[in-house]
Write a protein that binds this ligand. Sequence first.
Ligand code: HMG
Length: 438
Amino acid sequence: MNNSVAGFSKLSKEDKINWIANQYFSTPSEAVALLKNYWNADEKIQKLHDEFIENTVSNFYIPLGVAPNFLINGKYHTIPMAIEESSVVAAASKAAKFWSARGGFKATVINTEKIGQVHFIYKGDVSKLELFFAQLKSKLFDSTENITRNMQKRGGGILDIVLKNKTNLLPNYYQLHAAFETKDSMGANFINSCLEVFAKTLKEEALAFESFSEEEKNIEVVMSILSNYVPNCIVRAEVSCPIADLAEKHIENPQEFAAKFIQAVQIAEVEPFRAVTHNKGIMNGVDAVVLATGNDFRAIEAGIHAYASKNGQYSSLSHAKIENGNFSFWMEIPLALGTVGGLTSLHPLVKLSLEMLEKPSAKELMQIAAVAGLAQNFAALRSLTTTGIQDGHMKMHLNNILNQFEANEEERNLTRKHFKHNTVSHSAVVDFLENLRK
Ligand code: HMG
């Protein structure tokens, strides 16, 4: 069957659904019914979702959970988490409860600088380009005044613009490399608008620069775009307590636990195969908050993993040590988040999540997301170095297995009762259900 289609984007939503159903499904009516089953009953809300992206045919649900008892810088938070993976919210909640009894989390925003670049090609004398840039710089600021006025009133704007010579990497390749402060907005639109004006000004002014030859005047702008790598937009999250205070269920010997925990972190610091999984555990927490608060998790992921490789080898984002009888665990990560603009005032559940967090500033949200990541990492490492991950993770995953086998209420109750005292594994649950059904 030919599955290509012309003019699909111009079809109505109804026609798009019918086309997909007829093209790919043996029972088209069932596919149509399923897609429509996930539409929101409130037409206004559905229209909002339809218009977030293009060619929308339905909604794709991800659960929104909450992790309470997060004591951060002396204040309690209940953290909204949008995530599909079982045991993440339980793990975050457990770590929050654990640390709330040990002084809580400390979080500090170290800096908040965002980056954007105009990438261009200049074929000519570098010293003339440097002279040109010295004259151009103030014009770049002037030409963006109407875009930056409001941001400046809020205390933000363009921090600096530098000319970067990248000809050691690619022939004739240069950049206008600009730093921005975007306050409570993530700043993508603001930065990209400024950059496009920079690019236009750069080209126009080059044409009028008398010292340039005809070839030099002809600067070619390749592209103007923000960078999602923000190594100067860093938040630090940390916990610490006397080693003896680590004692709890499954931590009978806190000294031994702390030492093993630190070994686990050190392995992630030196071994990329482990570091990727270790950092994935951190991202369980970070992404869930980023998603629930309407931020761009792809940008955050890309930026954080680049930061994890900043020393030339992919490594652990978190670190741990014992000093003077104290156990400390911390991480610093780049997080360019916004609490205004984008989806923040559009998506009803994003609005609700931000309200639950008591309408945080972007800096406060950076702290909360980083703490969720550190908590998640603590919970995972705690399990890995004590009971093993499967014990708790599979306990939480039990419902998914029961759903997969369409267990009835009685089967669910009996299975849950049995696995309170037995190790959960996929095959053990299947065997148990099969025996029940015999
Ligand atoms: P537990 O000790 O069996 O839990 O832990 P509990 O029943 O004793 O309850 C203690 C607290 O945990 C509760 O306090 C809750 O805070 C929380 P309470 O509310 O009773 O006052 N909790 C729950 N919260 C919500 N719903 C629940 C629930 N159960 C407990 N149903 C737990 C069980 C799963 C928390 C623990 O074993 C754990 O933290 N495991 C780690 C799980 C994890 O890291 N999951 C992430 C997915 S695995 C992964 O992707 C990452 C990884 O590969 C990363 C890496 O390798 O580093 C592991």
